[in-house]
Design a protein around this ligand. Structure first.
Ligand code: ADP
Length: 474
């Protein structure tokens, strides 16, 4: 059995700020069916240590970037988990990456270097009885692991894979930290981990990992363009032969319309959920579609496009329900739109249960992102027969079959796409959605297609297993 250590700073259901956590939490089970023995390594945040059942100390460091640390192993939420118990780095109030005042923790470089270091230690055989053949590293937080593994610990027999969930986060650290982070000084160069005068832990991963992948085939291509490569496009183009895209799946047990408040298997059964959602959110009955959006409220997610396109939707009898939090200006713009329009409801906050009710009740799920590595809410929407209305970018291209003339004629459409990512294009598409919603047989056919679309992990688990095999063969 191939042993893989998955290394990440977030993992559902323990800690989550984004889709990365969903993927890390889902992979071990998805891959078990492919003969992969996957364990997860995470920082020992308070919540993680608390969740760890009967932890065993399997390794210790006297000085892990400023203090002693123990590596604990145990089960947590069904996962086989290694947690780094390093109170000087992880035992504190505040969120994963920020202090209670909302600023990045000043010692983030050391905190996540510790994650990479422990990953490399495990790769180097620190844990008796469990030697991984592959380190699967997620995003900038784990980016230093292959540098430590290859250049500091000089291990060659263990393969590495870096998965890019979001390239917008480069994991920058001040250049004077090279020594403190135990990095080889020769690595601080254009060919190494230097990125515009700083250390970039993401770039370290991109240069040092054996293979690189991202979470959809379309995003893999987009990363090679100056528009979406965020400064890494040249490097990724240079490594093209080692780059691939594997779509994220969703947990179809958790995201299952049969688990909705009013369980349903087919589009007709959805209606009770829609009625209940309207009631819960104080939205009046209307003839138009109830469009929902569950998202971080940021520029990336195109929330400003939604604010501008909103009149086109409500003028045609459509409704909007938003759940999210983030950028204060966008929160304020949405809240004020809700005050102006009786057909708009905005809930600022993070609420897993409400997100399920919204997708179960929504007629359509909106994802107007400017870029989207994979996106998960459109997959939830497909599964629940809430038709995705998405921007033509990244994973949204790969997961939604648009209701173009061709898509309609072939009877395969599952949603709507707009291009370019402007409020005008979005507004025009929302008008089309309102029109399409009036054609009940057509809409129901699309819902059926959507609900049948494979959104689980089956295909992608096979692709990861194949990629691990390729890495192991090298
Ligand atoms: P990203 O990782 O860029 O935020 P994804 O679509 O990949 O975007 O994943 C976002 C995840 O977070 C989804 O599971 C989504 O349902 C969830 N989510 C985002 N905002 C909220 C919220 N306010 N309440 C509940 N779930 C949310």
């Amino acid at each position: 059995m191939t042993k893989v250590l998955s290394v990440a700073s977030e993992c559902v259901p323990l800690v989550k700020t984004g889709g990365l956590a969903d993927v890390v939490g889902a992979l071990p089970q998805a891959l078990a069916g492919e003969g992969i023995d996957m364990r997860v390594l995470m920082p020992g945040y308070r919540g993680v240590l608390k969740a760890l059942k009967r932890p065993k100390e399997v390794f210790a460091e006297d000085d892990l970037f400023g203090g002693p640390a123990r590596l604990l192993f145990g089960k947590a939420a069904g996962l086989e988990l290694y947690a780094i118990d390093a109170p000087h780095l992880f035992d504190r109030d505040g969120s994963l990456y920020m202090d209670p005042g909302g600023r990045d923790w000043a010692d983030n470089p050391m905190r996540f270097a510790a994650l990479g270091w422990m990953a490399a230690r495990i790769g180097a055989g620190a844990v008796k009885g469990w030697q991984p053949g592959i380190l699967h590293l997620h995003d900038w937080q784990a980016g230093l692991a292959p540098v430590y593994l290859r250049d500091v610990m000089e291990v060659t027999g263990v393969g590495t894979l870096l998965t890019i969930h979001n390239i917008a986060f480069a994991g920058n650290a001040q250049p004077h930290l090279v020594d403190r982070l135990r990095l080889p000084s020769a690595g601080f160069s254009r060919e190494g981990f230097e990125f515009w005068g700083q250390i970039s832990t993401l770039k370290a991963g991109l240069v040092w990992a054996d293979k690189i992948n991202t979470v959809s085939p379309s995003y893999a291509g987009e990363l090679m363009t100056p528009e979406l490569g965020m400064g890494f496009d040249g490097l990724i183009r240079a490594r093209q032969a080692d780059v691939s895209g594997i779509l994220n799946g969703i947990d179809t047990g958790v995201w299952d319309p049969m688990q909705a408040d009013f369980a349903y298997k087919s589009p007709a059964g959805k209606k009770k959920n829609t009625t209940a959602l309207r009631k819960e959110l104080g939205l009046p009955p209307t003839r138009g579609p109830l469009c929902v959006l569950v998202s971080r409220l940021t520029h990336q997610k195109g929330i400003d496009l939604l604010v501008d396109a909103l009149p086109a939707l409500v003028d045609r009898g459509g409704q909007l329900a938003v759940l999210g939090s983030g950028d204060r200006t966008l929160e304020a713009a949405l809240t004020s739109a809700a005050e102006d329009h009786p057909h708009v409801s905005v809930t600022i906050g993070y609420d897993e249960a409400l997100s399920h009710r919204m997708i179960a009740g929504g007629d359509a799920v909106l994802v107007p992102s400017r870029f989207e590595p994979c996106g998960l809410t459109q997959l939830y929407g497909l599964r629940y027969g809430a038709l995705p209305v998405v921007a033509y970018t990244g994973g949204l291209i790969d997961t939604v079959i648009p209701a173009t003339a061709a898509g309609q004629a072939a009877g395969v459409a599952t949603g709507f796409q707009f291009h370019p990512a402007t409020s005008d294009a979005f507004a025009r598409t929302l008008i089309r959605v309102c029109e399409a919603f009036q054609d009940k047989p057509g809409w129901t056919r699309m819902q059926r297609n959507a609900m049948r679309h494979p959104v689980g992990w089956d295909n992608s688990a096979k692709e990861y297993a194949a990629l691990y095999a390729e890495i192991a063969a090298k």
